[in-house]
Design a protein around this ligand. Structure first.
Ligand code: PXP
Length: 265
């Protein structure tokens, strides 16, 4: 079964927009994670960035303590965050680029250029019982380098695919049409980027790597992505959080109005 890891960074983005530096505030990404789990998500993904623009250190510790599924910590391969990961011990880390020099032309991690330091980090993580995933473009050289690094997973970057999909069929993403999930019949699926993902997944699987995918996936483009074989888990954030804002707003307003009925004047 294809697993879903929900990326809750955007919940923290919203909190930080109002409560930056305060150590508290709503919405709480940990509470969001618990709701995602209760809804059936198989894992929770959070990115502790060096600039702490959304997820904070306390979120990671609390997630580690309170969630019942797997915590996937997204992180840059830098000493400070490696040190934190080794203390927190999430189930898995996904190493992502944060700086321009670490990025390949397609937007994923440049594993070829950083093979040595990624191998060192991979070994430290594995020794601590933490699995390792590398977030890479579906590029032959990057996949081969990921296998040499010895990571357990690669996460194929689907951002280019999502862009291509949108350029080709850019409908309103929140339209009722997006409910036609699961049907690819109406969509020709000859996207070059989709072919690259298919070839990349085949190559990774043949090299013994497990294959995840993520970035830019949404309720419309997902059925087309299903042409990609060997996928273990999808990490999805923005589209789920966006839909939550819309799907949950009605009850939020109704709850507020119900409270306001108690006003005595
Ligand atoms: N996977 C990785 C490695 C990411 O960095 C992100 C967030 O950018 C995602 C998946 C989720 O992407 P999105 O928010 O577009 O669903």
């Amino acid at each position: 079964m294809l697993k879903l890891g929900v990326n809750i960074d955007h919940v923290a983005t919203l909190r930080e927009a109002r409560y930056r530096g305060r150590g508290f505030g709503e919405p709480d990404p940990v509470e969001a994670a618990r709701i995602c789990e209760a809804a059936g998500a198989h894992g929770i993904t959070a990115h502790l960035r060096e600039d702490r623009r959304h997820i904070q250190d306390r979120d990671i510790w609390e997630l580690r303590e309170k969630i019942e599924t797997r915590l996937n910590l997204e992180m840059a391969n830098v000493p400070e965050i490696v040190g934190i990961a080794l203390k927190v011990r999430p189930a898995i880390v996904c190493i992502v680029p944060e700086r321009r020099l670490e990025v390949t032309t397609e937007g994923g991690l440049d594993v070829v250029a950083a093979e040595k330091s990624l191998t060192e980090t991979r070994m430290k993580m594995n020794d601590a019982g933490i699995e390792v995933s590398l977030f890479i473009a579906p590029d032959e050289k990057q996949i081969a380098a990921s296998a040499r690094v010895g990571s357990q997973f690669v996460e194929l970057h689907t951002g280019q695919f999502a862009e291509e999909f949108h350029k080709r069929w850019g409908e309103s993403l929140s339209s009722p049409k997006s409910e036609q999930m699961g049907s690819t019949k109406s969509r020709p699926t000859n996207l070059p980027e989709l072919d690259r993902l298919i070839a990349g997944a085949e190559q990774a699987q043949a090299l013994g790597l497990k294959v995840n995918a993520g970035h830019g996936l949404n309720y419309e483009n997902l059925p087309v992505l299903f042409r990609v074989p060997h996928l273990v888990e999808l990490n999805i954030g923005h589209s789920i959080v966006s839909r939550a804002v819309m799907a949950g707003l009605e009850s939020a307003v109704k709850d507020m109005l119900r409270l306001m009925k108690n006003y005595q004047g």
